[in-house]
Write a protein that binds this ligand. Structure first.
Ligand SMILES: C=CC1=C(C)c2cc3[nH]c(cc4nc(cc5[nH]c(cc1n2)c(C)c5CCC(=O)O)C(CCC(=O)O)=C4C)c(C)c3C=C
Ligand SMILES: [Fe+2]
Ligand SMILES: [Fe+2]
Length: 387
């Protein structure tokens, strides 16, 4: 088989409070996180938003010990996966490539090139695909390939999403069953899946399969669980003024409490490690809100982290990927970005297409000014020191 590598892709998180602002800047600089019509607006807007959001984010990271545990957990997953692969006689090296913080994807690629691999398996640590997560990392890797001849010649295959795997579904179902059985009346517990949200426009305009995959994933977990419990799916962690996938987690919890639900088991579904959205948003913020709304027994299923069943399944996934025909990044960067079509720019007076286009562009500038205003609490002129 030669020298094999596995590149685990993840988001990354600030390790210390000082990292929060630059981490947010990296995140909002990504055109897959804020989709703007004008590339030149990306960096200035990322700067504004990271500045205006950093206080709130820093306070949240303070509540979970002053930083994200994501790097440590991902490192533990990588070590466990490498050991499991070695036990199966696959002499693989496992690398970590984070999208927005250390160790960055670029660093992983440099190490991969130095190790002169024969084959690489690219494996996102997101069970379901979204343009904003796996899609963004795939795009970055494709760019790095185009810029680097050495990397371009490396034989690789990529896993687009993997939530359908029976091993993953079984482990999730086991974790849920364990928590259900801790409740006084296990069958009365409402199972509450909470997925990280994305803006509605990702799904409806850009064709992100994320919502479909999340819904399919929750159905499959419930089928695997084989319990009579009712369940709900909701979306958490929205950012900014646009509409995100609904129902929103906090509203759905209040709704269930109002309908008489007293036992709630929350299942984080879109991410395999503990991180700020499980430790702060679910365990602190939403627990408080749910209890105020009347939930008496609130509990949460732990993230998979280094659960042996999960790591074993990842090892089998790597093995199967090595034995199957390769998938390329271009095949899984999905959906293909549709080219923007504008009519020829030849000005004519009246209510012409050209006038409409410019109207639209000016409206976008106005909208972005509004966005900055809403996110920062100050108008752009204030921020520019003009007022
Ligand atoms: C599948 C999981 C995730 C999706 C989908 C996703 C989309 C998405 N996220 C933001 C904005 C933020 N995300 C932040 C942190 C963060 N997000 C995820 C996962 C998904 N994001 C993780 C694992 C983390 C890291 C957590 C950690 O432990 O550090 C943050 C920063 C934290 C905060 O300020 O709340 C922001 C901001 C958008 C806009 C988006 C889709 C467009
Ligand atoms: Fe996020
Ligand atoms: Fe949050």
């Amino acid at each position: 088989m030669g020298r094999v590598g596995v590149l685990l892709l993840n988001l990354g998180g600030p390790e210390r409070i000082e990292d929060v602002r630059p981490f947010l800047f990296n995140l909002f600089s990504d055109p897959e996180i804020i989709r703007l019509p004008f590339p030149w607006l990306q960096k200035p807007l990322a700067w504004f938003i990271s500045l205006s959001r950093s206080r709130r984010s820093e306070a949240n990271y303070q509540l979970i010990g002053g930083g994200s545990p994501l790097r440590r957990i991902t490192q533990e997953q990588a070590t466990a996966l490498q050991e499991t692969l070695h036990r199966c006689d696959i002499d693989a090296t496992v690398y970590i490539g984070m999208r927005y913080w250390h160790p960055f994807t670029e660093e992983a690629v440099a190490r991969i090139k130095r190790d002169r691999l024969d084959r690489l398996v690219i494996l996102p640590l997101y069970p379901q695909f979204s343009i904003s997560t796996s899609g963004s990392s795939f795009r970055l890797l494709e760019l790095l390939r185009q810029q680097d001849e050495g990397f371009r010649h490396l034989d690789y295959t990529v896993v687009p999403s993997w939530y359908r795997r029976p091993g993953y579904l079984k482990t999730m179902a086991e974790l849920i069953a364990q928590e259900l059985d801790r409740h006084p009346n296990p069958d009365q517990v409402h199972v509450f899946f909470s997925a990280h949200g994305v803006p509605v426009s990702y799904v409806e305009e850009a064709g992100d399969p994320y919502q479909r995959e999340i819904e399919d994933c929750t159905r499959r977990i419930m089928d695997t669980l084989q319990r009579p419990n009712p369940y709900t799916l909701a979306y958490q962690s929205r950012v900014g003024p646009v509409e995100w996938l609904k129902p929103y987690t906090e509203a759905a919890m209040e709704d269930l409490a109002a309908r008489g639900v007293r036992d709630l088991l929350v299942v984080p579904i879109s991410f395999v490690s503990e991180h700020i959205e499980t430790l702060q948003e679910l365990d602190i913020e939403f627990r408080e809100q749910a209890e105020e709304a009347g939930i008496e027994n609130f509990s949460r299923v732990p993230a998979l982290n280094t659960h042996p069943g999960f790591i074993q399944d990842l090892a089998e996934l790597v093995q199967e990927s090595l034995e199957s025909p390769s998938l390329t990044l271009e095949e899984v960067i999905h959906p293909p970005r549709r080219a923007k079509m504008y009519p020829q720019e030849r000005w004519e007076w009246g209510i012409t297409t050209m006038a409409e286009v410019w109207n639209g562009r000016l409206a976008m500038v106005g909208f972005i000014a509004l966005l900055v205003e809403m996110l920062s609490g100050h108008g752009p002129l204030h921020l520019a020191g003009l007022l």
